[in-house]
Design a protein around this ligand. Structure first.
Ligand code: AGP
Length: 582
């Protein structure tokens, strides 16, 4: 997802902007650029590909002296990844960077072209820039308000005006914060961009405009000044450091034992902190990607163990489907970033229908954290690798507690103390995962099969492998494979069988037999030793917590496979850490 950084202050903006853009790389991007400004000059430098390309270009450029600047990493939505489409964009006296999608950009462009305005790029961003410039008559806040009132969709803008020494920012639907320094101030898409410079920040709320220079910050709502609160980020710069690991993904997987204990402890000490689902007749679990696969595990546990009626759906579908709210319903939104556009839309749909909302979320200051009725925070800390691991595992652990409470199966909580050690024992088995990775990393197609909760685990195991190794993979209900997809099974095709549910273990094993008899190369991950096959065995715990011991092994298999393939593990191609657009 696009990343924004802006700076006004005593230091050289170029260094701050580049440092911020590097800290935003984890969000995913395909081009980048900066703009530097002083009283009379403005300088824009852009590049496609990695930040190091931009840095090389900047280092070869004779830079103007400047005191204010903006920077951007672009994740292409409108128009391919090239320098023309890269940000910052400039039109007339306005230069800006943008995160989000201006959904009525085509209509606005048509209107502006009729007024003689020429466009260079294919982007909606340039349209936004031209519209602000169109309304600009010397009053910057008025121009921003008038242009934004015509834009539909989502935006976070960092804006410079030729005639002003200040930095402007405005947001609607895409997050933006103002960083507070001493004789210097910032704007950023998220705190990670500026945590090395300041941990003090202001959350820019919907429709608010920030007017910034090195000595002052003014927050406007319409034309009125707004009293803002300065918050302190609870993350440290070192938590962003790889701490000796080759990749953030590996570091974050290795953090899982400690974070599991940290996340669960407050709720074990006081189970009243876990919502009582008995007030509801139905639960909807809505999320995207891995967060949704955590929800699938939640659905299985809540239904199987507590008899709770659960609908689990991807947010991009749920937000547009006809949802029948004819029972007392709780909508649970699962999100690491708390800024995923589709999940936010699903949250808004529930709220518009008067439905209670609960967030299982990591980023405490995010939109979903701020706008849901109730929150359960996972203590994952900053998750830098684009492919989620620790946050997903902690989301699953919250569903374990929700199901235990709903089933009133409180005895199972005795297992919690030993879970961190058991997860660590699974992670310590790395040599076995490396051996498996060596057998599969040259493959083109890999399958994961399981039944019931094991199928939900397969969904995440398959996604993790795809995301970081770029190997095509599919998760399939074990009993369903023979209804078509088994035609793809051929000699040597790796098939992972996930088997933890004793009640249907034999059924899944017979499905394994079916694919083995067609030449598949079988790998089993189970809480039982299944002797006929190469098998990763994890410790057996109650059904509520069993997924927490299977998943880390699949995460490490994905990691080791991607490493053997030399992939960009922390920043996989085309992926964004938080998908803040539809
Ligand atoms: C996870 O590895 C993926 N990068 C992606 O599926 C992610 O889980 C999804 O985009 C949801 O993000 P969120 O948890 O921040 O809402």
């Amino acid at each position: 997802m696009c990343g924004i950084i802006g700076y006004a202050g005593k230091h050289n903006p170029k260094d701050i902007l580049l440092g911020g853009l590097k800290a935003l790389e984890y969000r995913g991007y395909d081009s980048s650029g900066i703009c530097l400004k002083n009283e009379k000059d403005i300088q824009i430098i852009k590049s496609i590909g990695k930040i190091k390309n931009l840095e090389e270009k900047i280092n070869k450029t004779d830079l103007i002296d400047s005191y204010v600047g903006i920077g951007h990493t672009r994740w292409a939505t409108h128009g391919e990844a090239n320098e023309t489409n890269a940000h910052p964009h400039r039109c007339g006296k306005v230069t800006l960077v943008h995160n989000g999608i201006i959904e009525n950009a085509a209509l606005l462009k048509e209107k502006l072209v009729k007024k003689g305005i020429k466009f260079k790029s294919e982007t909606d961003t340039e349209v936004g820039c031209a519209l602000i410039n169109y309304y600009y008559d010397g009053d910057e806040v008025k121009a921003i308000n008038e242009a934004c009132s015509e834009m539909e969709g989502s935006y976070a803008f960092g804006i410079l005006f030729d005639d002003s020494n200040k930095l402007y920012a405005v947001r609607k639907g895409s997050p933006l914060i103002v960083g507070v320094g001493v004789k210097e101030n910032y704007i950023a898409s998220d705190i990670n961009a500026i945590i090395n410079y300041t941990n003090k920040y202001i959350l820019l709320e919907e429709g608010m405009i920030a007017v910034i220079d090195k000595d002052s910050i003014k927050i406007m709502k319409g034309n009125k000044e707004y009293n803002y609160k300065v918050l302190t980020a609870d993350i440290s710069a070192e938590s962003r450091d790889k701490q000796g690991y080759d990749h953030y993904m590996l570091k974050e997987i290795m953090e899982e034992p400690i974070l599991l204990g940290k996340t669960l402890k407050p709720y074990i000490d006081d189970l009243s902190l876990i919502p009582d689902l008995s007030d509801y007749e139905e639960v909807h679990i809505v999320a995207c990607g891995s967060a949704m696969y955590a929800g699938l595990i939640g659905k299985s546990l809540l239904e199987e163990k507590a008899g709770v009626r659960v609908l689990c759906d991807v947010a991009s579908e749920y937000r547009y489907k006809k949802i029948i709210y004819d029972r007392k319903t709780l909508v649970i939104l699962v999100s690491q970033s708390g800024e995923t556009a589709d999940t936010i839309a699903a949250m808004k749909k529930a709220k518009e229908n008067g439905i209670d909302t609960l967030a299982i979320v990591n980023v405490k200051t995010s939109t979903i954290a701020r706008e849901t009725d109730r929150q359960i925070f996972i203590e994952a800390g900053p998750e830098i690798a684009v492919a989620t691991t620790k946050a997903y595992l902690l989301q699953v652990s919250i569903f374990s507690l929700l199901a235990i409470k709903a089933a009133n199966d409180l005895d199972c909580l005795k297992e919690v103390d030993k879970l961190p050690g058991l997860v660590k024992s699974v992670l310590d088995n790395r040599e076995n995962y490396r051996k498996i990775a060596e057998k599969i990393y040259k493959e083109n197609d890999i399958f994961f099969i399981g039944r019931k909760i094991d199928y939900a685990i397969c969904m995440e195991g398959s996604l993790k492998l795809k995301e970081v190794s770029y190997i095509h993979s599919e998760a399939y209900q074990a009993g369903e494979l023979k209804h078509g997809t088994i035609s793809l099974i051929d000699k040597g095709i790796p098939v992972f069988g996930i088997i933890t549910d004793d009640d249907i273990k034999d059924k899944t094993i017979s499905n394994i037999e079916e694919v083995k008899s067609r030449g598949a190369n079988i790998f089993i991950v189970s809480n039982n030793k299944i002797s006929e096959y190469e098998c990763i065995v994890v410790p057996k715990v109650s059904d509520y917590f069993q997924p927490l011991l299977i998943v880390p092994s699949l995460q490490l298999i994905a990691y080791e496979t991607a490493k053997l393939r030399g992939c960009d593990i922390d920043k996989p191609k085309n992926l964004a850490k938080s998908v803040t657009v539809e």
